[in-house]
Design a binder for this molecule. Structure first.
Ligand SMILES: Cc1cc2nc3c(=O)[nH]c(=O)nc-3n(C[C@H](O)[C@H](O)[C@H](O)COP(=O)(O)OP(=O)(O)OC[C@H]3O[C@@H](n4cnc5c(N)ncnc54)[C@H](O)[C@@H]3O)c2cc1C
Length: 325
C-alpha cells in the first residue's frame, strides 16, 4: 500500500474542505471494507484519506410520515436493526443478502452505493472499461460475471445490492460539496462510463454522499430477490427489486429494477407497464420476468445470467405479493 496522510474531521464542513477537486488525490473512508482492499491492490492510491467516522451529521436514520432519511454512515447492520426500515422489505432483503455479519457491521449504506465495481479486470488495474490496445478484454475474455445489459463499452456490473431497491423505491441521494448541496435520484446517480477516466456514478471527487432519502412506503408492497452462487462472502449473480402499488388485488403501478446485470441498475419498464391492471400469479410473474430480460444482450460466457435475472424478477414479484416461491 502506498503511504498516505490521514485526516479525521469531526464535522461535514471540515471533511468537505479536505477533499481535492481531482480524482486520485483524496478518498473518503467510511467503513473501509472496500476502500482498504482497493488501496492494498494499488487501484486507489490517494495522497490523503479523509475518514468520515467522526462526522456526526452523516449518522443515524430519521423516520417521518414522508419516509426515511438514512445517514450515509449508517452501517448495514444498523439499517437492519431499525424498526422503521421494516416497512421497506425490498431494502431489508437487500441488506440481509450482504455477506457477512462482519461486513454488515463495518460497511455503510453510503459506502455500499459508492463501492467500486468487482470486475476482475478493473481490480487488476485495466480500468473500468477493461481495455488493452483499445480492445475490450471482457468481450473476448473471462466474462461470466459481467453485464448482460448495455451495449458497452462498460461491461462491469454495478456492485451495490441496495441500488436496485432504492431505485425501485424512488429514493434520492443527498450529496454535499464545499460549494453546497444537491439531490440526485438514485436512478440517475449510477451511470455507464463511455470513456476511461469516467466513473460509474455522478459523484465528483470533492463531493460526499450525506444521506439517502426514501419516500414513504405506505400502501406499497416490495421485495428483493437475489440469485447467488453461494450463500456466503459473495455478490449476487443477478437480483431484482420490485415495488407494487396495489388497487385491490390488481397492480396499479409496478417498479421493477434488476441488479448486478448491467453497469447501472436496469429498470424493466416494459415489464412493469405490462403488469399494470393484472393480478400477481405464477403466470403473470413468469411473463413479466420474460419481458424484463427481452433486451438482454449477453456476452459469450454469461448467457446463463439471462435466466437468473428472469427468475429473480419472477420471484421478487411473487415475494412482494406474499406468494411462496
Ligand atoms: C466478501 C464481501 C461480500 C460482499 N457482498 C456484497 C453484496 O452481496 N452486496 C453488496 O451490495 N455489497 C457487498 N459487499 C460490499 C460491501 O457492502 C461494501 O464493501 C460496503 O458496503 C462498503 O461500505 P464501506 O462503508 O466499508 O465503504 P468504504 O470501503 O469505506 O468505501 C467504499 C468506496 O466508497 C467511497 N465512499 C464511501 N462512503 C462515501 C460517501 N459517504 N460519500 C462518497 N464516497 C463514499 C469510498 O471513498 C470508497 O471509494 C461485500 C463486500 C465483501 C468484502
Amino acid at each position: 500500500m502506498q503511504a498516505f496522510a490521514y485526516v479525521h474531521p469531526e464535522n461535514l464542513k471540515d471533511a468537505l474542505a479536505s477533499l481535492s477537486p481531482n480524482w486520485g488525490e483524496t478518498d473518503v473512508l467510511a467503513g473501509g471494507t472496500d476502500l482498504l482492499a482497493l488501496m492494498k491492490d494499488m487501484i486507489h492510491t490517494p495522497k490523503t484519506v479523509v475518514s468520515l467516522k467522526g462526522v456526526k451529521e452523516l449518522k443515524g436514520i430519521k423516520s417521518s410520515a414522508a419516509g426515511l432519511e438514512i445517514g450515509s454512515m449508517t452501517t448495514v447492520d444498523e439499517l437492519m436493526s431499525n424498526a422503521a426500515v421494516r416497512a421497506y422489505p425490498a431494502l431489508m432483503q437487500a441488506a440481509a443478502g450482504i455477506a457477512s455479519p462482519q461486513i454488515r457491521n463495518m460497511g455503510t449504506v453510503g459506502g455500499d452505493l459508492c463501492q467500486r465495481p468487482r470486475c476482475w479486470y478493473f481490480r487488476q488495474g485495466f480500468g473500468l472499461l477493461a481495455q488493452k490496445d483499445g480492445k475490450s478484454l471482457v468481450e473476448n475474455g473471462e466474462n461470466r460475471y459481467h453485464a448482460i445489459f448495455g451495449s458497452g463499452p462498460a461491461r462491469f456490473v454495478s456492485a451495490s445490492s441496495f441500488a436496485p431497491a432504492l431505485v425501485a423505491l424512488g429514493a434520492k441521494v443527498k450529496i454535499a460539496s464545499a460549494a453546497g448541496e444537491r439531490e440526485v435520484a438514485v436512478a440517475d446517480f449510477f451511470v455507464a462510463p463511455t470513456a476511461e477516466g469516467q466513473r460509474e456514478n455522478v459523484l465528483k471527487p470533492n463531493e460526499i454522499v450525506t444521506a439517502i432519502v426514501v419516500p414513504a412506503a405506505a400502501g406499497k408492497k416490495s421485495a428483493t430477490y437475489e440469485v447467488r452462487q453461494k450463500e456466503a462472502l459473495d455478490w449476487p449473480l443477478a437480483a431484482a427489486s420490485v415495488v407494487l402499488t396495489m388497487k385491490g388485488t390488481a397492480v396499479a403501478k409496478a417498479e421493477i429494477v434488476m441488479g448486478h446485470v448491467g453497469p447501472a441498475p436496469v429498470a424493466a419498464e416494459s415489464a412493469a407497464a405490462w403488469l399494470a391492471g393484472k393480478t400477481i400469479t405464477a403466470e403473470t410473474a413468469e411473463a413479466a420476468g420474460a419481458e424484463a430480460v427481452k433486451a438482454a444482450r449477453p456476452l459469450n460466457g454469461n448467457e446463463y445470467k439471462v435466466q437468473l435475472a428472469k427468475v429473480a424478477v419472477k420471484r421478487a414479484l411473487l415475494t412482494a405479493a406474499g406468494i411462496k416461491v
